[in-house]
Design a binder for this molecule. Structure first.
Ligand SMILES: Cc1ncc(C[n+]2csc(CCOP(=O)(O)OP(=O)(O)O)c2C)c(N)n1
Length: 609
């Protein structure tokens, strides 16, 4: 008979699943859990300063390691503080286990109709049900291993995602006989979905590739999640299909690869948007094709292309008809189990001559539009630091294995448009929730999970303010994180929207509009961070090179003009090929292959064609 305290069984379980770091904040209802983790020889616990940061760090830890990320919080405010981070994991399909402490079972609301009985009691399971794949409260101590195994299975199988287990305080300290615990058997407890094999559609895909002159592969985060990258590349290379990337897959292939198109979408590159919009065949793997990818109205997206979408989630596939986007072939497939080999073998039957002008066309767009947009960027950024230059220099300078951890705002868009990935870099962001402040706890997770890789956190001043407290964790463990702060004294991304729709009135997005910021040099000093400041383009190069060599945590403050914007960018309501600054109409018409978006009735207000 093996009798153990229940919270010790939880720690054992995490260790058996190879979890090495747990992100936690203590509280009356989580103490036994945290002590068990602390006493476990193979797990380290990291004390964050906000449960949101614990959830975000767990989220990033999972993205980076491919294993389960774990956060522990106490009941009530501790548990509810996890929510934003759990949303990041839910929308991006990241396996995370949130463990919350709950009040004693004798002090629960039950069906009394009152709001609260136990101190800090809150119904975290029902609150989190819509943003987790599974959320459960332990109602019998003998269920603990069953529920943990079930959580793990659900979090990591099919379309992955976060799960939550809520453990009452009195159960945490109960002694449990492991041999009496209920066992979880996935085969009988969960009926697996049977996915049709991608191969069933191979004849159709081949027939479409045969007649296509302008095919594009769209690759999304699901390709990373399912380890499908190598097969996808082999497929693309054998059929010479260029690859456009969503932000979730921005680092999938090196920029030097001949089939690399780069990132597309409302904040993507102009040449990539021209390529996607003018394609005659789109094969999308592991992307849910959200509105950032399709633009709006959604029926303007690649409107003359045959569209084949391969995704693991039936709901994602069936959503398109609700939004008016016609997809020609919907393929339900978990890419983890996909086999493209039979399709790839058929490349021999193929004639590629007809595809070559298409690859050249994309190259031509790239040189033409990059030059135009670079000039537009320079003309708006006449003082201080041009952030696009920072990303150019980073592209040239990174020569060690590096995780780039992006926050939201312009820094993300600037980086996604202009950072040129190489085989050494991985890019991480909470792409679909894109919560301000995610990148700092995520960078902490990166430095802990992959100490042999460099970690660079790229963050705007507004987002930095939302996670500043986590600098204490960096200080405590001397994590050698390089923080690139893009300091434009406000919310540039919001100001750009205000330029487009609200007469450039920077309410709640500028100093005049109510924001204020600290002196970042003093801030760095108070957290024992090294500090560097760059106020002009001339000093970017030497600073980037010095900061990259740094082995201690460092904050590098890039002073960016508050006039700097994301260039180019699609204004809501315009089709994705027509990005601001709008091209001169004669150039635009000349470059478009398919007819420009025409139905007057669907043309957005003020749209000047
Ligand atoms: C938690 C949260 N609140 C609000 C937003 C909306 N939002 C998106 S970007 C942004 C401004 C970010 O400011 P900063 O980090 O300084 O970047 P900048 O836009 O100036 O480049 C805001 C408020 C958000 N994404 N997340």
């Amino acid at each position: 008979m093996v009798v153990k305290k229940l919270s010790d069984l939880v720690a054992d379980f995490l260790s058996e699943k190879s979890v090495r770091h747990v992100f936690a904040i203590s509280g009356g209802a989580s103490l036994h859990l945290i002590h068990s983790v602390a006493n476990h020889p193979s797990i380290d616990y990291i004390c964050n300063h906000h449960e949101q940061a614990s959830a975000m760090a767990a989220d990033a830890y999972s993205r980076i390691t491919g294993n389960l990320g774990v956060a522990i919080a106490t009941s009530g405010p501790g548990a509810t503080n996890l929510i934003t981070g759990l949303c990041c994991s839910y929308y991006d399909s990241v396996p995370v286990l949130a463990i919350t402490g709950q009040v004693n079972t004798t002090r629960m609301v039950g069906n009394t109709g009152v709001r609260q009985v136990g101190f800090q009691e809150t119904p975290i399971v029902s609150i989190c049900a819509p943003i987790t794949k599974y959320a459960v409260q332990i109602s019998d101590p003998l269920d603990i291993l069953y529920e943990l195994e079930k959580c793990f299975f659900i979090a990591t199988s099919g379309r992955p995602g976060p799960v939550l287990v809520d453990i009452p305080d009195d159960f945490q300290r109960v002694l449990v006989d492991r041999s009496k615990c209920r066992k979880f058997l996935p085969d009988t407890d969960i009926v697996p979905t049977i996915y049709p094999n991608l191969n069933d559609s191979s004849a159709y895909i081949i027939s479409q590739l045969n007649i296509s002159e302008r095919p594009i592969i769209i690759a999304g985060w699901g390709v990373h999640l399912s380890g499908f990258k190598n097969q996808l590349l082999e497929f693309a290379e054998n059929f010479s299909i260029p690859i456009a990337l969503t932000w979730g897959a921005a680092d999938l292939i090196s920029a030097s690869h001949p089939l690399f198109v780069g990132t597309f979408g409302t904040h993507g590159n102009r040449h990539a948007n021209f390529a996607v919009q003018n394609a005659d065949l789109i094969i999308s793997f592991g992307s849910r094709l959200d509105t950032k990818s399709t633009g709006s109205p959604v029926n303007t997206f690649a409107r003359q292309a045959k569209k084949i979408v391969v995704d693991v989630d039936p709901s994602e596939l069936s959503k398109f008809s609700h939004f008016g986007l016609k997809i020609d072939s919907l393929i339900l497939q978990d890419l983890k189990f996909a086999n493209l080999k039979p399709l790839i073998h058929r490349a021999k039957e193929f004639s590629f001559a007809s595809k070559l002008p298409w690859l050249d066309q994309i190259k031509d767009w790239k040189s033409l539009f990059t030059l135009m947009d670079d000039n537009a960027r320079k003309s708006i950024c006449t003082e201080k630091v041009n952030p696009y230059v920072v990303f150019d220099l980073l592209s040239q300078s990174i020569c060690t294995e590096t995780n780039l951890i992006f926050d939201t705002g312009c820094a993300l868009a600037w980086g996604m448009q202009s950072y040129l990935p190489n085989h050494l870099t991985r890019i991480f962001h909470d792409f679909n929730n894109t919560a301000m402040g995610w990148s700092l706890p995520a960078a902490i997770a990166s430095a802990l999970a992959t100490p042999c890789r460099d970690t660079i956190c790229l963050i705007g001043d507004g987002s930095f303010m939302m996670s500043l407290h986590e600098l204490a964790v960096i200080k405590r463990y001397k994590l050698p994180i390089k923080i690139f702060l893009f300091n434009n004294s406000g919310y540039g991304m919001i100001q750009q929207t205000q330029d487009q729709w609200l007469d450039s009135d920077y309410v709640a997005s500028s100093y005049e509009g109510g924001l204020d910021f600290p002196d970042f040099r003093s801030l760095a000093n108070s957290f024992s961070l090294k500090y560097a400041e760059v106020a002009s383009n001339d000093s970017i190069e030497s600073c980037v090179s010095n900061v990259l060599k740094e082995s201690m945590p460092i904050l590098c403050n890039f002073i960016v003009s508050d006039k700097m914007r994301v260039i180019p960018q699609v204004k809501a309501g315009y089709p994705n090929e027509d990005l601001e600054p709008l091209l001169a109409r004669e150039v635009f018409y000349d470059q478009m292959i398919i007819p420009p978006f025409s139905p007057d009735s669907q043309r957005p207000l003020n749209y000047q064609a």
